[in-house]
Write a protein that binds this ligand. Structure first.
Ligand SMILES: [Zn+2]
Length: 174
């Protein structure tokens, strides 16, 4: 049995005792989360969320890409979320390679240059990466300034979230 068949079997069991059909479309706790797709992160459990509570947007790295922004804008503007959380984590796969290395490896392997993805968004500094994602959200003209945007690093060894302080503009020393 393939894994797909296995999970379909699990869904039969799930649907058998399903009782969440009453939930409404807008997230009850008005929260949207951007998190890495890492299999060890069960975002709802990490944050104590239940079905219907929050939007959870995931991709490799927990990056605020064009598509993540699309989702966040819809989340706020059409579905009323008021707080955004960005979660990166220790031991992330995105710390283990460089965009240009993966790109040239794949080009060599396949003999084909590809137009997309334009970037893989690998990074080498976890906290700095979180700060950049916060800035990308905050600076977007369609995301109002009153939306709370906070970023965290999740420790895969302890289960704990550590908040990443925002970078403050440093005045140059004369
Ligand atoms: Zn990751």
């Amino acid at each position: 049995m393939s894994i797909t068949d296995e999970v379909l079997k699990a869904n039969e069991t799930y649907a058998g005792s399903f009782n969440l059909g009453h939930l409404s479309l807008p997230p009850a706790r008005k929260l949207a989360v951007v998190a890495c797709m890492d299999a060890r992160l069960i975002v709802s459990q990490i944050l104590g969320l239940r079905a219907g509570d929050a939007h959870i947007i995931r991709n490799a790295g927990g990056i605020v890409t064009e598509d993540a922004l699309r989702s966040l804008i819809i989340s706020h503007q059409l579905l009323g979320t008021q707080e955004f959380i960005i979660i990166n984590h220790t031991d992330c796969g995105m710390l283990t390679f460089k965009d240009e290395d993966l790109r040239s490896k794949l080009q060599k392997q396949t003999g084909t240059a590809a137009v997309a993805p334009a970037a893989f968004h690998a990074f080498n500094n976890l906290e700095e990466n979180v700060r950049q994602q916060i800035q990308k959200v905050r600076s977007h003209p369609w995301i109002p300034k009153h939306i709370s945007v906070r970023g965290f690093v999740y420790d895969v060894k302890t289960g704990r979230l550590q908040e990443v302080a925002e970078a403050h503009a440093v005045s140059s020393v004369v």
